[in-house]
Each structure stands twice: as structure tokens, then as C-alpha cells.
Design a protein around this ligand. Sequence first.
Ligand code: AMP
Length: 217
Amino acid sequence: MRLVLLGPPGAGKGTQAHRLADYYGLRLIATGDMFRTHVRGETPLGLKAKSYMEAGELVPDDVVIGMLLSELDKARNGWILDGFPRTIPQAQALEEALADRESPLQAALKFKIPDEITIARLAGRRTCMRCQRTYSVEIKPPKLEGICDACGGVLEQRADDQVETVRHRLDVYHRESEPLEKFYWDRGLLREVEAVGEVEEVTHRATEVLDDLLSTE
Ligand code: AMP
């Protein structure tokens, strides 16, 4: 399966992306995680991306498109993209690249959630600095405070999860990324999932939509 996830920051896309990738045996490509790894490693790409990320701005299209396309070629058995595309030019670049590879996108799955809920979620989110798993101080705390259940890494609040930066990220989302819904709707690829609720419940809704899609292909 070839799938992109859409929805505002804080909709739970990262968590659901991991779960769906496990469920369907797909490669997960999360551009935000890739950038954070580059920033930590102080690579040339990381140095380019850092100031944009910390300000809650998008990294320029040419930088992110180059990084994504080289990653796509490593994923032969299907993939899920989390955090890409975020602009129409990115979606067009993806569409062209997939046409060249004769492996078109099968769905754009949108996670629907009101802004107030995402603001509250992100303020309480803690991220593992090693494996990028996320936790919620109130709803999904780790077994041991400040430590990742999965890998034992240290949990921290991302700089861009501070409330003011979150509001800015949401503005950027509405301006730059929401038009993607029409882009994919026009191509008959848009599917929607209600993202408010328990993690398991949301995964269940997503797999129902995707199983349905697979059975009709
Ligand atoms: P995320 O973890 O998906 O919320 O991404 C964190 C940050 O990485 C974003 O706020 C952007 O600064 C940057 N980023 C990730 N993916 C993209 C993308 N497709 N286009 C531009 N910037 C991105």
C-alpha cells in the first residue's frame, strides 16, 4: 500500500503512522523525524532545517522534496508518509515521482480534529529523543516518568510543542497544507478518519477505511 497521512499537528498522525505501518507491514517515512535526526547529528541538512523547525515554519520545498525522494526508493513493499506532503508543490513533486516509478498513490488519509484539542494535546506531548515515540503526560504517560517504554531513551518536550509555536504551526497548516485536501479529493484519493478518541479506536477506524480500499482495488 502507498499512503499519505494528512491532518494538523497534534492529530495523532505520528502514533497512528507507527501502528498502521506495523499492521500492514509498510515502511514508515516521517519527514519531521528525519529532520530531527539530521538536526541532532548536525548534518548540513539538519543545519538548514533547524531554524525553520524551531520557529514552527515549513522547511523549504526543495530541501524536503530531495530528502523524501531519496528515501522513497528504499521502500519497495509499500509505504506510509507522515508529514509529507505539506504543500501543493510537494504533492505535485510526489505525484510526478510516483508516475515515473509507475506506482501511484492509493490514498490520502485525513485525520480530522478541532484545533483546541490539538493545542491541548501538543502542550502535553513528550517525545523520545532516541526513537521518536510520543507520549502524553495525561492520557498516555510512560511507565517510568521521563523514560521511553520502547527503548529507554529520554523523553522531552519538543521546542516546537510550546503553545505559541503550536498556534503558529496550526496557522501554517491551515494556510499551506489544508489545500491538499482538495488536491487529493479531485483525484478521488481523499479518505477521512475522525481523530478524536482512544488511540486503538482511531487505528480501528483507519484500518476499516484502508481494508475497504484494499478490498475494492
Ligand atoms: P512534524 O514532526 O511532522 O510535526 O514536523 C516537524 C517540523 O519539521 C515541521 O514543523 C517543519 O518545520 C518540518 N517539516 C517536516 N515535514 C515537512 C515538510 N513536508 N515540509 C516542510 N517542512 C517539514
